[in-house]
Design a protein around this ligand. Structure first.
Ligand code: GLC
Length: 512
C-alpha cells in the first residue's frame, strides 16, 4: 500500500489556466514545469492535474477523445514527460485525472459503436435496442447516429457511457450484466489505460465520477458491482504498482470500502465540508464560518465523526479548499477568514487539496460567460494570477481563453512581498503541518463543538481552537495551564482556568 499519501499535500492544477508559455492563450505543460518551484515553495509535495488528454473540450477535457495521447493544446508528448520528470526530481508526485465512465462522443471507439452494423465496439457503450426507447432514470440521446438505438450518457450529451454492465438488468434486450463479456472487456480496457500512464511515471489517479460505472447499482453507499470493479483494480495496483494511489470522486465512505486510498468530501448539500464552509441559505443551512454565527458545529461534529470513523482504518478523506467544479471561497470570505478556514480544513484529519489560486485568495468570478461548458464553474477556472501585468502574467496572448482578473493585491508577486499575505500564511501553515506528525496520524477527537462557539479538536498532543465570529468568544474546555501556542491565524487564544478565550476571527494551535 502506498506510503506517501498520508503525508501528501496536493495542489490541483487546471492546465488550461495555470501558465501559458507559447502565447496561444491556453496554459501548457511547459508552463506548469516552469512553476514547479513555486508549487514546492507552498509546501505542496503532490499535484493533481485535471484532464490533459486529447479532447474536443466539450466539458473542460472530461470528454476524452484519445486516452493514450496528450492534448496538443498543452504541448507535446515530450513536454508532458518532461513535466513528470521535473516534478519527480523536485520530490513532487503527480496524479492524473482518470475518466473511466464515459468518453468523448468523438472517441473512435464510440463512433465505431455508432455504426449501423454490429462490430467489435458495438457493446463498448450503452445503446438501447430501438430509436424510440428512452429508459427512465437515464439520459438517452437520440437522432445523432444511424445505429438503431439511443445511447446513454453520464453527464453531458457529448459524454457517452462506457458499458460496465448493469447490476440489475430490467430489460435484457439491451442491458447487459456487470459480468458479461462486454463489461469485462471494458474493464480490461480501463486497466490498460491506467497501466499506460503509470508506466509513464504517473503516481496515481484522481478518478472522475468513480461511482458511475455499473448502472442500476443502488445509491452511493451501496454500489456493490461498481465497488467490485474498483477492488479488482486496487488488487492490480497492489500487485503491479504498489506505490500508486487512487483518489475518488465519490464522496461517500463506500469508496474506501471499494478500494480507494482516499475519497473527496465534496461540496454536497449537508455534508461536513459543505456545513463548514458553504452553507446554503436558501436551504436554511449556514456555514460554521458564517461570521454572524448562524452555523452549527454540533451537526458538523456528528457527521464528520461518522464519516471519519467509517474510513480511518483503511483510507483517507481528501479535503479541498475548493475545486474546478465549486465556487472559490473568495470573495465570500475575506483573507482573514480564509486564514482560519484553511487552518481548520488542513488540520482536520485528511489529505489536503489546495486548488490553484486559493493560496492568494483568487475570487470566484460570478456571471462570466461559460467557456467549454463550464457554465457556473467557469468562474472558478480563470487564469492563475502571477502578477499585475497583462493577463495577470498568465499569458502574452491578446485574448486568453478566459479573461484574467488583474488585481494589484491578489497575485503571487505582490503577496510574496507582503509578509502578512494569505500566500505567506499558507506557506507557514503547510510548513507547520509538515513539522508535526500529529496531523498525519489518526489520533483525532472533537473536544467542543456547539453552535457557533469555538470549535476545539485534538490531534495527538496538539489542540486546535477556532473562533469563526467577528466578536470574541470562549469555549468551556480546560486545557493544561502549560499549554503553549505553537501556531495561530489572527491573535492567539488564551488558556484560562475555566476555558479558552478566543479573539475574534482566530484559529490557534496549542501544544499540551
Ligand atoms: C466530474 C468532474 C467535472 C466533470 C464531470 C463529468 O464531476 O469533476 O468537472 O464535468 O465529472 O466528467
Amino acid at each position: 500500500m502506498s506510503s506517501w499519501l498520508k503525508s501528501a499535500v496536493f495542489y490541483e492544477i487546471y492546465p488550461n489556466s495555470f501558465m501559458d508559455t507559447n502565447g496561444d492563450g491556453y496554459g501548457d505543460f511547459k508552463g506548469i514545469t516552469s512553476k514547479l518551484d513555486y508549487v514546492k515553495s507552498l509546501g505542496c509535495n503532490a499535484i493533481w492535474l485535471n484532464p490533459h488528454y486529447d479532447s474536443p473540450f466539450m466539458d473542460g477535457g472530461y470528454d476524452v477523445r484519445d486516452y493514450f495521447k496528450v492534448s496538443p493544446r498543452f504541448g507535446t508528448e515530450e513536454d508532458f514527460d518532461e513535466f513528470i520528470r521535473s516534478a519527480h526530481a523536485k520530490g513532487i508526485k503527480v496524479i492524473l485525472d482518470l475518466v473511466p465512465g464515459h468518453t468523448s462522443e468523438q472517441h473512435p471507439d464510440f463512433l465505431k459503436s455508432a455504426e449501423n452494423v454490429p462490430n467489435e465496439m458495438y457493446d463498448r457503450f450503452i445503446w438501447t435496442n430501438g430509436e424510440w426507447i428512452f429508459p427512465e432514470g437515464f439520459k438517452a440521446i437520440s437522432g445523432r447516429h444511424n445505429r438503431k438505438g439511443n445511447y446513454i450518457v453520464n453527464f453531458y450529451s457529448t459524454q457517452p457511457s462506457l458499458n460496465y454492465g448493469f447490476a440489475r438488468v430490467d430489460d435484457p434486450s439491451w442491458q447487459m450484466s456487470a459480468d458479461s463479456d462486454a463489461a469485462k472487456k471494458t474493464r480490461e480496457w480501463l486497466k490498460g489505460v491506467m497501466r499506460f500512464w503509470l508506466d509513464r511515471g504517473a503516481d496515481g489517479f484522481r478518478v472522475d465520477m468513480a461511482d458511475s460505472l455499473v448502472k442500476n447499482d443502488g445509491d452511493q453507499s451501496e454500489k456493490k458491482a461498481t465497488s467490485a470493479i474498483w477492488r479488482e483494480i486496487r488488487t492490480m495496483l497492489d500487485n503491479e504498482y504498489p506505490e500508486a494511489v487512487l483518489v475518488s470522486e465519490w464522496s461517500n465512505p463506500q469508496a474506501i470500502r471499494a478500494g480507494f486510498h482516499a475519497d473527496f468530501m465534496l461540496d454536497h448539500h449537508g455534508n461536513p465540508y459543505n456545513l463548514l464552509v458553504r452553507g446554503e441559505e436558501e436551504k436554511d443551512t449556514y456555514s460554521y464560518f458564517d461570521a454572524d454565527g448562524r452555523g452549527d458545529a454540533g451537526v458538523i461534529k456528528d457527521k464528520f465523526n461518522e464519516w471519519y470513523n467509517a474510513v480511518k482504518d483503511n483510507g483517507h478523506i481528501a479535503i479541498i479548499s475548493c475545486n474546478h467544479d465549486t465556487p472559490r471561497l473568495a470573495p465570500f470570505y475575506n483573507h482573514d477568514q480564509l486564514k482560519i478556514i484553511y487552518t481548520t480544513l488542513f488540520t482536520l484529519p485528511g489529505v489536503p487539496f489546495l486548488y490553484y489560486g486559493d493560496e492568494i485568495g483568487m475570487k470566484y468570478q460570478k456571471g462570466i460567460p461559460s467557456v467549454e461548458c463550464g457554465f457556473a464553474r467557469t468562474g472558478s477556472r480563470t487564469p492563475m494570477q502571477w502578477d499585475d501585468t497583462k493577463n495577470a502574467g498568465f499569458s502574452s496572448a491578446d485574448r486568453p481563453f478566459l479573461k484574467a482578473d488583474v488585481d494589484k493585491n491578489i497575485n503571487v508577486a505582490a503577496q510574496q512581498r507582503d509578509k502578512k499575505s494569505l500566500l505567506n500564511f499558507v506557506k507557514e501553515l503547510f510548513a507547520f503541518r509538515k513539522a508535526h506528525r500529529e496531523f498525519v496520524e489518526k489520533d483525532f477527537e472533537f473536544m467542543h463543538a456547539v453552535g457557533s462557539e469555538p470549535l476545539v479538536y485534538k490531534r495527538g498532543k496538539l489542540v486546535v481552537v477556532v473562533n469563526p465570529l467577528k466578536v470574541k468568544s470562549s469555549a468551556p474546555v480546560e486545557l493544561p495551564q502549560k499549554a503553549e501556542c505553537v501556531f495561530s491565524a489572527g491573535k492567539p487564544a488564551k488558556v484560562k482556568k475555566t476555558g479558552i478565550d478566543c479573539p475574534p476571527l482566530s484559529a490557534t494551535v496549542f501544544s499540551i
